[in-house]
Design a protein around this ligand. Structure first.
Ligand SMILES: Cc1ncc(C[n+]2csc(CCOP(=O)(O)OP(=O)(O)O)c2C)c(N)n1
Ligand SMILES: [Mg+2]
Length: 342
């Protein structure tokens, strides 16, 4: 068990608690909306709250985060507005992506959240590119990409690890190993014993973390972010975690995992452990934590109300913000055939 370091003050501890309880309440509400048929394609992050929270505690507003199909927790930890997120989930014009992205494609450039993405493994090179951009511009921003154990076997990770390794890019690769890719156990498909091991082949640090322990995520995240910011290059973190619910809403977990296994991980719940630590360390009392929970629940209820009362996008706007408008000249003054002959 990692203990509180001097850098983890009461304020940060309580920020982590509030962020994690907000994620959980948001996900519970999103699940209710999904059960009522108001949103589709929802992948719950309940159980995994500590991973992005411990890491994002070290990020500045203009650092970059990239996520996956299961990314509500990444967005909340990076400070994306709950109302705009819920509106996006419900497909409303007031959503982060004006209702055209949905649960799997939330992005908010103003918060450094460069995007969730439904294509497994696709954001890893994007995050590497964002880190390259920061390096070329000479700014100290870092880029963090979250991906799953399933994504860890995609070529996109290995190409990115190599490039980030040779150019010492300020990128942190965070594998959220929740033990399954849909119903496939990670130990069956991850060759070499662990994802973290793979960092050795690229000459960069690879670290295993207890993803159910917010304090440990904070410590390990802090070292990786400091390293990247100082120009010392990337880190690969494998955070061992667990999703409490199915891969998506209708997934029947009893087909591939036992109730005993589910119970085992629920007993290691990241929120329970963090709240126990906060009370034991004297950072706050149980009543204070209850107040934070009530505040988070109210913020989520307000987000849902805002989303439900928001307008749908206008049909005429369907192509707006979807395609890049190249300079007109490129397509109007020279036809493609003429351009090829030029
Ligand atoms: C390139 C690609 N292949 C397959 C899929 C279908 N798919 C969606 S989620 C998923 C499992 C991903 O597992 P993991 O990376 O462990 O993330 P988790 O769902 O556990 O968070 C798959 C295979 C996809 N979306 N994209
Ligand atoms: Mg997984």
């Amino acid at each position: 068990m990692v203990t509180t370091s001097s850098s983890l003050d009461d304020k940060t501890l309580l920020w982590m608690y509030e962020t994690m309880i907000t994620i959980r309440r948001f996900e519970e509400e999103a699940r209710r909306q999904a059960d009522q048929g108001k949103l589709r394609g929802m992948h719950s992050s309940v159980g995994q709250e500590a991973v992005p929270t411990g890491i994002c505690a070290h990020l500045k507003g203009d650092d970059y985060v990239l996520g996956t199909h299961r990314s509500h927790h990444h967005c909340i930890a990076k400070g994306v507005d709950l109302k705009e997120m819920m509106a996006e989930l419900l497909g409303r014009a007031t959503g982060t992506n004006k209702g055209k992205g949905g649960t799997m494609h939330i992005a908010d450039m103003t918060k450094g959240m460069l995007g969730a993405n439904g294509v497994v493994g696709s954001n890893i090179p994007v995050a590497t590119g964002a880190a390259l951009s920061a390096q070329l511009r000479g700014v100290d921003n870092v880029s963090v990409v979250f991906f799953g154990d399933g994504a860890s076997s995609q070529g996109s990770l290995h190409e990115s690890l190599n490039l980030a390794g040779i150019w010492k890019l300020p990128v942190i690769f965070v594998c959220e190993n929740n033990r399954y890719a849909e119903s496939t156990p990670s130990e069956y498909v991850v060759s070499g014993g662990s994802v973290a091991n793979r960092a050795d082949g690229y000459g960069i640090p690879g670290v295993m973390a207890d993803g159910q322990n917010a304090l440990e995520m904070y410590e390990i995240g802090g070292e990786a972010v400091a390293r990247a910011r100082a120009g010392d290059g990337p880190t690969l973190i494998e955070a061992m975690t667990y999703r409490y619910f199915g891969h998506f809403g209708a997934d029947d977990t009893s087909l591939y995992r036992s109730p005993e296994e589910e119970e085992y991980y629920r007993e290691k719940d990241c929120l329970d452990r963090l709240s126990r630590h906060i009370v034991e360390a004297g950072a706050a009392g149980e009543d204070d934590l209850k107040v934070i929970d009530v505040r988070a629940t109210a913020a989520v209820a307000e987000a849902s109300k805002f989303a439900e009362e928001s307008p749908w996008p206008e049909p005429g706007e369907i192509y707006d913000d979807v395609y890049i408008s190249y300079p007109e000249q490129r397509f109007t003054s020279v036809s493609m055939g003429e351009a090829a002959q030029a």
